[in-house]
Design a protein around this ligand. Structure first.
Ligand SMILES: Nc1ncnc2c1ncn2[C@@H]1O[C@H](COP(=O)(O)OP(=O)(O)OP(=O)(O)O)[C@@H](O)[C@H]1O
Ligand SMILES: [Mg+2]
Length: 235
């Protein structure tokens, strides 16, 4: 469904991605692991058309994404939950969720259904629906960011380090949500530094180092033999 072939990307003159090839099939959870600064976020930004690319191809359902503007990507079924979460702090939880519904051709009844579905995934967001986004805890803000992405009814969610900085209880809840999305048939490209979570949630895993994919294996293989993980992640 989502295919990156030999993607090179730059920030100004600084060459960050070197021939990155990654594939995510429909309904698949794929992990992208690597230490700080190896190019994980840049890979997601390349998909979103937010960095300059010099070579390679990115396609979604066979369609070349070059030249598709970021808002067009949502229409194709690609949702992005950035590292820094970017919820609207001054809007209420419900208003934040409604921004995900702000698109043409969606019937009012469907909007209500989607809200109910998201609240069933995240009961805490129902409780907090009238609160300002900025008053939520870090974990709740992460939930809101994922919930808002779900309102787009995406085929794939690009999740950038969703558990970073969260307490263990919240990490477990995010892990549950990833499983639930998977059961619902939503594909996920999961960028993480949490190795156990990634090996639990993903079917296949890519490991990056210095702007390139160095290793690709099934999560089962990596669980059975963690040497590559030690080598590239030092954990
Ligand atoms: N806006 C930018 N301008 C210039 N260089 C950047 C920019 N953003 C990131 N970089 C550089 O690109 C490289 C890859 O960064 P990237 O954010 O993709 O790493 P990452 O794997 O997501 O790391 P982290 O785990 O810390 O989030 C790093 O060397 C970083 O310093
Ligand atoms: Mg990053």
């Amino acid at each position: 469904m989502l295919v990156l072939e030999n993607v090179d990307a730059l920030y100004g003159k600084s060459h960050v991605l070197h021939g990155v090839s990654i594939e995510v099939r429909a309904g698949e959870v794929v992990g992208l692991l690597g230490r700080n600064g190896v190019g994980k976020t840049t890979t997601l930004k390349a998909i979103m058309g937010m960095v300059r690319r010099t070579s390679g191809r990115i396609t979604f359902d066979g369609r070349d994404l070059a030249g598709v503007p970021p808002h067009g990507l949502a229409g194709l079924g690609i949702a992005w939950v950035p590292e820094e979460r970017r919820i609207f702090r001054l809007l209420t939880v419900l208003e934040n969720l409604r921004t995900g519904l702000d698109r043409p051709g969606i019937a009012p009844a469907r909007r209500e259904q989607l809200l109910e579905k998201v609240y069933s995934y995240f009961p805490i967001l129902r409780e907090r629906r009238s609160q300002g986004g900025g008053t939520l805890s870090g974990g709740e803000q992460q939930m809101l960011a994922i919930a808002r992405a779900m309102m787009l009814e995406p085929k794939i969610i690009l999740l950038d380090e969703p558990t970073e900085g969260l307490m263990p209880r919240m990490v477990a809840q995010i892990q549950e949500i990833v499983h639930a999305l998977h059961r619902d048939g939503v594909a996920i490209l999961l960028v993480e530094q949490n190795v156990p979570l990634t090996l639990d949630a993903a079917g296949r895993v890519y490991i990056m180092e210095k702007g390139a994919v160095r290793h690709h294996a099934s999560a089962a293989e990596l669980r059975a033999d963690q040497r590559v993980i030690h080598e590239y992640l030092g954990v």
